[in-house]
Design a protein around this ligand. Structure first.
Ligand SMILES: Cc1cc2nc3c(=O)[nH]c(=O)nc-3n(C[C@H](O)[C@H](O)[C@H](O)COP(=O)(O)O)c2cc1C
Length: 358
């Protein structure tokens, strides 16, 4: 296809962005392979220490000379720890016990590493820097502009997209409700921001001057062609890469993904306190049954459930892990990233050919 503005900016041969997937999924090999195959991969830095982010960047750069991106969770307002954390503690205690962990006492308070991560990202040699959970900070806007990096924000409503455009981002990810992982919602109530990709993308395209990237439920060439038809200049795909050979998802996660159907991934706050889409499992059911008061705000809930998720991972217990995935999960494919990228390109061409009757 003829390169559009965003493809030129990011040196893309194909309009395919591998979504940042913090938590070890977006390995340097995944990021670099997507780049080598003509797309662009992102390193999700949300849970990486600045040193580990530097190492991930160095590894990607040792594997490819192609562009790559870095993604940050933007700074999020931290409420004080609620006075009564008893219900939250009581709700997770059975999970701690079931995994052989000592009873929880209370959540720790994670260090705020945003500035340090931003510094590494700005000096990483990345072509693009993207944000989710909040708009980019003024420093990010100024410094990416100074360096000629492409700055990307994530929006789940048109109003959020407009806000990001006014701030000066170069492109917006329009994240539909189908998407796996955290909701990028930052300016509205999450229940009012679950707009599907099919509805969100064209409205965003009409409202903004800057390029729109479609995300959420796009799993094959039909989805890519549809997103392009809606006016998106590229797609950002997460779930489709989960079961690839280069993905950092372990065997338990991969099994959950390959066994899941469209209705299994649900939006829940039980893992981190922020709404995110994950495959429904025992932990989600148990904590949601305990009621809203049993979930602490972000980032405390994440601290409280961190030991559960780590132990469950070590013990291969799918019931207590956060298996993030989108509603397209039933179309996940177990392939090498190289083969997946080739198929996505072929399928997109085929879908466009079919529609144009050529
Ligand atoms: C496992 C997983 C982790 C994710 N982590 C991040 C992240 O760290 N930063 C981010 O901006 N988006 C993250 N996302 C959301 C993606 O950017 C994107 O919106 C989503 O994957 C698109 O929907 P899809 O999963 O249906 O392709 C994550 C998605 C998944 C599936």
């Amino acid at each position: 296809m003829r390169p559009n503005e965003l493809m030129q900016r990011l040196s893309l041969q194909h309009p395919i962005i591998q979504a940042p997937m913090a938590g070890g999924i977006d390995t340097p090999l995944l990021v670099s392979t997507v780049g080598e195959r003509g797309g662009i991969g992102f390193i999700g830095a949300a849970y990486l220490s600045p040193d580990r982010l530097s190492s991930a960047v160095a590894e990607v750069r040792s594997l490819t000379e192609r562009p790559f991106g870095v993604n940050l969770f933007g700074p999020v307002f931290r409420p004080g720890l609620p006075a009564d954390i008893g219900r939250a503690i009581a709700a997770v205690t059975p999970a701690y016990a079931s995994l052989g962990l000592q009873d929880p006492t209370g959540p720790g308070v994670p260090d705020d590493l945003f500035d340090a991560r931003l510094e590494v990202a700005l000096n990483s040699g990345a072509t693009a820097l993207s944000f989710i959970l909040s708009p980019p900070t003024d420093t990010a806007v100024d410094e990416t502009r100074r360096r000629g990096m492409t700055l990307i924000g994530t929006a789940t409503t048109v109003a959020e997209g407009r806000h990001l455009e006014e701030l000066g981002v170069d492109a917006v990810v329009a994240q539909g409700a189908e998407a796996g992982g955290h909701r990028g919602t930052f300016a509205a109530d999450v229940s009012l921001s679950l707009v599907g990709t099919m509805a969100l993308v064209p409205q965003m395209v009409d409202a903004l001057e800057i390029p729109v990237i479609a995300a959420g439920g796009i799993m094959d060439g039909r989805g890519i062609a549809a997103a392009l038809a809606l006016g998106a200049q590229a797609v950002q795909m997460g779930t489709v890469f989960l079961a690839t050979e280069e993905s950092g998802a372990d065997a338990t996660y991969t099994r959950s993904v390959l066994a899941a159907a469209d209705g299994d991934p649900v939006v829940t706050t039980v893992f981190t306190g922020k709404p995110a889409r994950a495959i429904r499992n025992r932990f989600i059911v148990e904590i949601e049954d305990a009621g809203e008061a049993a979930v602490l705000p972000f980032p405390y809930q994440g601290e409280l459930t961190g030991p559960i998720r780590s132990a469950a991972k070590r013990q291969h217990q799918a019931g207590y892990q956060a298996h993030w995935a989108g509603q397209g999960v039933g179309m996940a494919r177990s392939l090498s990233t190289r083969d997946l990228m080739s198929r996505l390109v072929e399928e997109t061409d085929e879908a466009i050919r079919r529609l144009s009757g050529r």
